[in-house]
Design a protein around this ligand. Structure first.
Ligand code: ZN
Length: 287
């Protein structure tokens, strides 16, 4: 009897979650007045990124790559005129990755990498750096606005904001990676890049739904979660998503797995997960 009640309860929760996901209305973008994060500019990035379906190796994917590189170069040119911040851009990383040790199959990276040199690295080239990561490829069936165009748009805006404030204390590396949707290839190949050697901590930005608030759903340790909680303006997080992924109830992987599980780098996985029913499908994102 108990197990029947439990089953019915779980079923009701599941139905409620599905209904809530389907009928939730898209929220308006908040006003940009006095917002230190320029959400209008980030939103314009997103509209460019999500114009077409852009899976890896497609023509549209190359256009998105060119757009990201163009935006980074604009940022670099602007700071060259105004500040002494040093910024390096890798237009299309060509790190090669063996698919497996006993086969001849390999993958050539096309990640876009960006590094903002911190005061620490200027003193010591082996100083630790902070990694931000998101993927710019979509699945073939989707425009990839939420997965993971939103992450890319945010990171472009973050780079612009960081460099506008002068040289950061610690080096910031951003991996706009390509090929996450086909076996986490973007993060796997970045792990072979020389910049990865000094990465001490990371934050991975993902899209697990098509709306809602960004929240931390996986963390490598409590200290890092606490630090995020103390630093973020509106920190949100829970451990349920991570538990579901670990248990196999949610069959989902992100680049967090490569950075944290394979290479043992401390880090956080952040995503929005509401209206998950629309992710990775043919329905255009509702702007
Ligand atoms: Zn994704």
């Amino acid at each position: 009897m108990k197990s029947t009640l439990l089953f019915i309860s779980l079923l009701l929760i599941l139905v409620a979650l599905i209904v809530e996901n389907i009928f939730r209305e898209a929220k308006n973008i908040p006003s940009n007045t006095n917002d230190p994060f320029n959400s209008t500019r980030a939103y314009n990035h997103l509209k460019e990124i999500a114009k077409e379906r852009h899976p890896i190796a497609s023509e549209a994917n190359k256009k998105v790559q060119d757009y990201i590189v163009g935006q980074l170069k604009n940022i670099k040119n602007n700071i060259a005129n105004n500040t002494n911040v040093a910024m390096e851009i890798v237009d299309s990383d060509d790190t090669e990755l063996l698919w497996s040790s006993n086969s001849n199959e390999y993958f050539k990276s096309s990640n876009v990498l960006c590094k903002v040199i911190g005061k620490n690295e200027a003193l010591d080239p082996s100083s630790p750096s902070f990694l931000l990561s998101a993927h710019y490829d979509s699945v073939p069936s989707s425009y990839g606005a939420s997965d993971d165009g939103g992450g890319i748009a945010i990171l472009l805006e973050v780079v612009e904001k960081i460099v506008s404030q002068g040289q950061p204390s610690y080096t910031l590396i951003v991996n706009f990676n390509n090929g996450e949707e086909f076996g986490l290839l973007g993060s796997k190949s970045f792990a072979k890049h020389q910049w990865f050697e000094n990465v001490a901590v990371f934050l991975n930005m993902e899209g697990g739904g098509t709306g809602g608030k960004e929240f931390i759903f996986r963390s490598t340790n409590a200290e890092l979660s606490k630090l995020y909680g103390e630093s973020a303006t509106h920190p949100t997080g829970d451990s349920i998503g991570g538990d579901f992924i670990r248990s196999g109830l949610i069959r989902s992987v992100t680049d967090f797995s490569i950075y944290a599980d394979t290479y043992g780098i401390p880090g956080l996985d952040i995503a929005f997960v509401e209206r998950r029913v629309f992710i990775k499908n043919f329905i255009p994102f509702r702007f």
